[in-house]
Design a protein around this ligand. Structure first.
Ligand code: AVI
Length: 324
């Protein structure tokens, strides 16, 4: 094995795994959770009793659909662009309401996966056939720069599910600046954000009793075994989530329960783990009104509305571009 000369990487996954597992402390980006099995496990997570985020946001949209609809509506109509649409379960609450109100709009779900977009279009065709859907395949960045030049109609960009939390606050500022620079003065940005709360509730959301989140985290090891010809033994790693109420950051780790060396054959790499050594795999940042106001200001956005549930567990914010 030669650990000094990096090989030619065939995929972004291979490249980032090489870099993440040869750095100290070891890390892997949570974006790699979502292979086919990871998508399935995430669907199961969203149904878990401990994982309150999805249910709370669903309730907010259902309860406040009228007011949210009023804030979105305009004479000229609008295009609804959803970043990371997934199965669209929550968005359908809004779409049904818009149909009832006869809004003039088009729905543009954005996802990197063609498969996700096809499934979503098919389910919409069945459940709400009147909606005009124009799927946009690509990364958020690609689609946003494509849409930045499009100024015919008011754009409303949706970013639900507290996906913003999977970026560090610094990364979130960079991402939100991209959003605000793709917006015109009449455009809006609607984002769902998990809120700081009783620390135990947050910790339990990432440490469910059925072990689905553990399997989701360890699926990274399974994915490396399959795609990079590695020999990780998932049972020799522990799923370890943490929540820090001071910073609002929830983090997940995989912790090696023994000293071991793992071969990653397609990277020609040997990775050594000390007993209790970690791989940091996810950030799920929690916010409050103060930190969201800071984020918005840094990114050139201004909050124009917000909706929450009874316990203020989760919040959906509406923004416009600053100075518009
Ligand atoms: C997709 N994202 C907002 C989820 C979260 O809560 O950070 C991913 C997740 N990780 C573990 N459970 C759910």
């Amino acid at each position: 094995m030669n650990n000094t000369k990096p090989p030619d990487f065939k995929t972004q996954f291979a490249e980032e795994i090489f870099k993440g597992l040869t750095s100290y402390p070891k890390k892997i980006s949570s974006k790699f959770f979502y292979d086919e099995r990871g998508d399935e496990l995430f669907q199961q997570i969203m149904e878990l009793p401990e994982y309150y985020l999805t249910g709370k946001e669903y309730q907010i949209l259902l309860r406040h659909r009228e007011e949210i609809g009023d804030a979105f509506a305009s004479m000229e109509g609008f295009d609804l662009i959803e970043l990371g649409a997934g199965d669209g379960k929550k968005t359908k609450v809004l779409l049904r309401h818009f149909e009832e109100k006869n809004f003039d709009y088009k729905y543009l779900p954005v996802d990197i996966s063609k498969n996700v977009l096809e499934q979503l279009s098919a389910s919409l065709q069945q459940e709400i056939p009147a909606v005009e859907v124009e799927p946009q395949q690509g990364t958020y960045g690609e689609v946003l720069s494509r849409l930045a030049d499009y100024r015919d109609r008011k754009k409303i960009i949706l970013f639900l599910g507290s996906n913003i939390g999977n970026l560090t606050p610094q990364e979130a500022v960079v991402f939100l600046r991209k959003i605000s620079s793709s917006m015109d003065e009449k455009d809006l940005f609607f984002m769902g954000v998990d809120q700081k709360k009783e620390p135990r509730v947050i910790l339990d959301a990432y440490n469910d009793s059925a072990g689905v989140t553990e399997a989701f985290n360890k699926n990274l090891l399974v994915r490396m075994n399959r795609e990079l010809d590695a020999d990780f033994e998932p049972d020799t790693f522990m799923h370890w989530p943490l929540y820090n109420p001071e910073t609002g950051v929830a983090k997940s780790y995989l912790v090696s329960t023994k000293e071991q060396t793992v071969q990653i054959n397609s990277l020609d790499l040997e990775v050594h783990f000390q007993k209790w050594e970690t791989i940091h795999t996810e950030v799920s940042q929690k916010y409050d009104d103060t930190s969201i106001a800071w984020l918005a200001e840094e990114a050139g956005l201004e909050i124009t509305g917000s909706w929450t549930d009874k316990e203020s567990c989760f919040k959906n914010y509406l923004f416009k571009r600053t100075g518009s």
